[in-house]
Design a protein around this ligand. Structure first.
Ligand SMILES: [Zn+2]
Ligand SMILES: [Zn+2]
Length: 196
């Protein structure tokens, strides 16, 4: 399959390769055919080393698509399901998850730096944020695939994976903005527009 590969941190271009394969899925993972991917500035930050990332790797962390294969332990998703992906899925079993703070779960975030998600012409390659949506397919933990309704367009759904989640979460959860408040939104990219 095809994927846009970052060969080294600091490269300013990605190479589109057609000899990329996914690793897995393991029993608690799912394989997804990517139907749409957003382009987020964090992808640039991964390329230039501002954000931690590993190379070689596949960038892209806002995605939506169709499930094509599920591991044998996955019972809440099936091939054909429409999903968006998450780079911060909760593992469900660590101390943070068990005390009701799945937002602090680091299990899969750490795994993103220890577990190659792709193979590029025989070389193991990582997925940025454990994802790698600049690819025709990717494998994620089942908790990292969030089912969506079949009539949600993929190019809309993919934006929820990062920009919408970040912007709406900042308003509703972090700043707890109340109706009627006057607020300043600095910057109107994907996150700022989602804030508004
Ligand atoms: Zn956890
Ligand atoms: Zn992002």
């Amino acid at each position: 399959m095809k994927a846009a590969v970052l060969h080294q941190i600091g490269d300013d271009k990605l190479e589109v390769r057609d000899d990329v394969t996914t690793v897995g899925p393991a029993r608690d993972e799912v394989r997804i055919r990517v139907r749409a991917s957003g382009v987020c500035h964090s992808d640039v930050s991964a390329m230039d080393g501002t954000l931690p990332a590993l190379a070689p790797g596949v960038i892209g962390h806002e995605g939506a698509g169709e499930v094509v294969q599920v591991g044998e332990a996955v019972d809440h998703l099936a091939p054909g399901d429409h999903v968006l992906v998450s780079f911060v899925p909760p593992c469900g079993g660590c101390a943070s998850c068990l005390r009701g703070q799945p937002n602090l779960c680091a299990v899969y975030a750490i795994a993103a730096f220890t577990t190659p998600r792709f193979n590029v012409g025989g070389t193991p390659a990582f997925g940025f944020g454990g994802l790698g949506t600049f690819s025709e397919e990717l494998v994620v933990p089942a908790a990292g695939a969030v089912k969506i309704a079949d009539d949600v367009p993929f190019d809309v759904a993919c934006l929820v994976s990062c920009g919408v989640m970040t912007g709406v979460g900042a308003v509703v959860n972090t700043a707890k903005v109340q109706p009627g408040s006057a607020v300043a939104v600095i910057g109107c990219g994907g996150v700022g527009i989602s804030v508004i």
